[in-house]
Design a protein around this ligand. Sequence first.
Ligand SMILES: Cc1ncc(COP(=O)(O)O)c(C=O)c1O
Length: 441
Amino acid sequence: MAPTQFRTLRLAIDGGLPVRSPDAGWPTWPQPAKGAEEELLTVLHSGRWALSSPYRGELSERRFADRFARYTGARHCIPTDHGSSALVIALESLGLDHGDLVLVPALTWTASATAVLRAGLVPVLVDVDPATGCVDPGTLDLDVGARAVIAVHWACSMADVPALTDIAGPRGMSVIEDAAQAHGAQWQGRHAGTLGRVGCFSMQHGKVLSAGEGGAVVTDDDDLAPVLQELRADSRRYGTDRRPGALELVEDPSTMGANFCMSEFNAALLCAQLGPLERQNAIRAANYDRLAGLLSGIPGVRLPWRRPQQDRLSLYEVPLILDPLPEGRDNAWAAQALSAELRTHVYTPRTPLSRSALLRPWTKPTIAPLADRFVALHRDRGYPGAEYVAGHAVVLHHSAFLGPPTDMDDIAEAVAKVVTGPGRHADEPRPGRTAKVGGHA
Ligand SMILES: Cc1ncc(COP(=O)(O)O)c(C=O)c1O
């Protein structure tokens, strides 16, 4: 598809005809899976809404833990109430000292860094590879003296966790995978979340596996698993007493925890939502491949570079990198222009954490010493890779990839139209689309 074909078209943002027909619609998200309603009703009437209540039959929480462990291939799964809590207990389980430093990519959701502070540690923001949006093992900051690194699998890219482990391990640094955006992604046949020492997931509303809120930690480490259980259940872990009325959680702690338990409703819902995940991931991946093919014919647009070892995609968001940006415009404008063409929300990546309003630890007096250290450590750091992505990408949510392949044709057509530049041209019907015009311009 040659962008020149659209040169004479007025953009939808300027009052022209949108590429997307008004009756086409887009897949909604979240989508209740088959059996979700029954799962929720079963819990509702079970007399058991929480893990910390007396035994009355199999817990949904343990059922989900078993299923998610099997799905990812991990030996253990510890469900949590949020992905942020999963990160907090993962960090706490490592036995680091108060104030130790943890490397966190500058391009991620704020929780990857705030979890570090909540665990009594100090995040050190590091730059990302602009080709992937993930931390690059080749440029990882090893001089700062960090004890751990959070490897975020960003949007639809996977960080090279094996290479990060090879570099970080000999220096006594642990690698925590933040796989909040990567359920089902695989690296040489291994699931995201199982490549580092511990892997953390979020099941928040927008994620590809969702219960509205939720999270999980997975690990193969038999010693870490009971510690993680205690850290998320007020120092208690699963017991073996299955008599009705007995408590499922026993008090024999080795470490002090807090309450980060997943509710029975969320766990039951997740058991149902796990059912279609692989099928949905496959649909999204096939659509992504189709879009990649279509975009390859449009100069100035590219998808993130996918490392050859990443053999299975999981799309949380799909960033389209616009380089160069449309003449005289920024990517915020491009996102608005694409939203207008496609009649769906296209947006820009999050502001890098180095200047994010959501990461201001100095506003919290209870962590003042950690905040002071954070401020001092960040005085002279730069993030050209993260800034490049934040300034050149426009982002589509994974739900836009759940429909028919022809949806990708609309996305590619809209991109081609927008990258040719602002709508400064006269209206003319597009070749082959006049039948769809129908008077909604
Ligand atoms: C990369 C990343 N890490 C952590 C989280 C935190 O997860 P939650 O919102 O479930 O606490 C998110 C959620 O958006 C995320 O995208």
